[in-house]
Design a protein around this ligand. Structure first.
Ligand SMILES: Cc1cc2nc3c(=O)[nH]c(=O)nc-3n(C[C@H](O)[C@H](O)[C@H](O)COP(=O)(O)OP(=O)(O)OC[C@H]3O[C@@H](n4cnc5c(N)ncnc54)[C@H](O)[C@@H]3O)c2cc1C
Length: 360
């Protein structure tokens, strides 16, 4: 196997690092994954976790996201029931009426499985909506998952293939020699490696800066409310003005206000309660809905909004993987990163997303 004998350290047990570790181990590499916190303890655990290649993305980004969707089907098989995706599709009416037609035409021309739906069909899809709109868009190919469980499934898959998962191990510095990253300094001592993968989410910029690479990152906050379990009320991801929501397989409803993010709320608990009220107003049958918890996470968003995936200029041996939409992209990024690191391949789909675009 291509990975035989190579030791690769992955920094980060979010969904991106977990997927890369899994795919490297699957190719026969010797993998060590380190994280200072629990698995999925940063952006991943706070994610809405909608899997989609939906609107407003340039074509190269759409293409990469589509591979993400397809690769989830493969991972579901490979992980034999441990990775659960709910493929209910996505129903969206958070759009100006005038933009629906051109957006749908553009996505449909690219081959995306979506269509315009009227009130009757919307009600047929989601009978509990109290005030269905006149028009919306339904994308049948979209899904959602529980991000902590999915990350744990990938880590368990990696471990079963021999990966060494070290939780509670913080990276403080890189080891380098002859212009190459050769390992890490960690709270558990130094570790040597043939390659290092930096999938540290928003903390990646600080670590990359220690090697002289400036990764411009926006850390956009996002709050979600998680309800106590309810009987089935919602079958797909719903995106409406000021409220997106889904229901996890355990019956918990998860909701937020804006996919784009905004300023961190002054009073997160009160914001959580407001979201619970909005769900109650939107869904019949949700009168007894109660808040269980809120999550507040920072989306790791490179300044130009695009993922940063690939070798780091000036730091041979270091591979960077930092992105928003990391839930959607993780399976594709994991497989492609393993090919690039182990085979020396240059995956063309990743060409627009190289970290080198930020080099001076
Ligand atoms: C509110 C919200 C909603 C979102 N909705 C969606 C969505 O619907 N669909 C979608 O596709 N994406 C969504 N995203 C984005 C997605 O969640 C992220 O892109 C993804 O989780 C990033 O995963 P990651 O593994 O790169 O980073 P993270 O999950 O942040 O993981 C990075 C890990 O690195 C570790 N680490 C950092 N520094 C060190 C160090 N020095 N030593 C050791 N370990 C370290 C951290 O502890 C952390 O566990 C959303 C994000 C948020 C916050």
């Amino acid at each position: 196997m291509a990975g035989d004998g190579k030791h690769i350290i992955v920094i980060g047990a979010g969904i991106v690092g977990a997927s890369i570790a899994y795919h490297l181990a699957r190719r026969g590499a010797r993998v060590t994954l380190v994280d200072r916190g629990p698995p999925a303890g940063a952006a991943t655990g706070a994610s809405f976790a909608w899997i989609n290649a939906s609107f407003r993305n340039p074509k190269p980004y759409y293409d990469l996201r589509m591979v993400g969707l397809q690769e989830y089907r493969r991972l579901e098989q490979e992980l034999e029931g441990r990775l659960v995706v709910t493929w209910g599709g996505g129903l969206n009416w958070d759009l100006e009426e005038s933009e629906i037609e051109p957006l749908v035409r553009r996505q449909a021309n690219w081959g995306y499985d979506l269509r315009i739906v009227g009130r009757q069909e919307i009600l047929a899809l989601e009978p509990n909506l109290r005030a269905p709109p006149e028009l919306g868009v339904f994308s049948a190919c979209e899904g959602a998952l529980v991000p902590v469980a999915a990350t744990e499934a990938l880590l368990a898959g990696a471990e079963a293939l021999g990966a060494d998962i070290r939780i509670g191990c913080e990276v403080s510095d890189f080891l380098s020699g002859r212009g190459r990253v050769t390992g890490l300094e960690t709270t558990a001592g130094s570790l040597e490696a043939d390659h290092v993968v930096l999938a540290g989410g928003v903390a990646s910029a600080g670590l990359a800066a220690s090697l002289g690479f400036d990764l411009p990152l926006r850390s956009s906050p996002g709050l979600l409310v998680h309800s106590r379990p309810m009987p089935p009320l919602l079958g797909r991801v719903v995106e409406s003005p000021g409220l997106h929501m889904k229901q996890d397989p355990d019956g918990r409803l998860v909701a937020g206000t804006s996919f784009g993010g905004g300023p961190a709320p002054n009073d997160p608990e009160a914001e959580g309660q407001r979201l619970i009220e909005r769900i109650r107003s939107a869904l019949s049958g949700s009168e007894g809905l109660e808040m269980e918890r809120i999550t507040l996470g920072l989306r790791p968003v490179p300044e130009d909004g695009r993922p940063a995936i690939g070798p780091v200029p000036g730091a041979a041996g270091l591979y960077l993987a930092v992105m928003h939409s990391g839930i959607t992209l993780a399976p594709a990024v994991g497989r492609f990163a393993a090919m690039e690191i182990l085979d020396g391949a240059e995956v063309e789909l990743l060409a627009p997303f190289r970290p080198g675009r930020f080099a001076a």
